[in-house]
Design a protein. Structure first.
Length: 183
């Protein structure tokens, strides 16, 4: 996990309640590194002052996750960020996203090779370590590296990952677990 030290202003953030229910995808409009708090373009109506939440900031090259607590200063709402959330047994919390994505290049020997026919997939979840997506049956093999683009909160995000496992869902689709690869 990346440390709170970089500036997250203008990054997309996925906001979840304390139970892991997705509330909103929005953008960080300011980041006060001294007080370790962010201000969001859209504050979820479900969150009130002193409510806890979970944040997944889509920073590059890998996302960062934080616990948060809603604060009100003046007339503005902020989320104070801190570490310390319980980890699930796999090491990183999975955040459900269920959004369409496109795989536009395969990576061979560290070099991207654009695909003539983009592969349409559904991004199922994302964590600080990787993603899980659903693609047409038997599209990839373990060890394949790729570049994926997806839209969140009116901006396009790009990631590079390698397939580490797959589960067939019958004869029409497969789910692929992937680990991020630094580019």
């Amino acid at each position: 996990m990346a440390a709170i030290g970089g500036d997250f202003t203008d990054y997309t953030v996925l906001v979840y309640d304390a139970n892991g229910n997705h509330l909103v995808d929005t953008v960080v409009i300011s980041h006060d590194r001294n007080d370790q708090q962010i201000q969001l373009a859209i504050m979820p109506e479900e969150l009130k002052v002193n409510d806890n939440c979970k944040l997944l900031i889509l920073s590059s090259p890998i996302p960062c996750e934080y616990q948060g607590r809603v604060k009100k200063i003046g007339g503005n709402f902020f989320i104070a960020m801190f570490y310390g959330q319980e980890k699930e047994s796999r090491g990183s919390t999975r955040y459900s996203v269920s959004t369409p994505a496109l795989i536009d290049a395969l990576i061979v020997d560290g070099k991207p090779y654009p695909l003539q026919n983009l592969i349409k997939v559904v991004l199922i979840n994302v964590s600080t370590n990787g993603v899980r997506f659903r693609a047409p049956y038997y599209s990839f093999e373990i060890g394949d590296q790729f570049q994926m683009h997806f839209a969140v909160s009116n901006s396009t995000k790009k990631l590079t990952a390698v397939i580490v496992n797959n589960v067939d869902n019958g004869t029409t689709s497969s789910d692929y677990g992937c680990r991020f690869v630094a580019t």
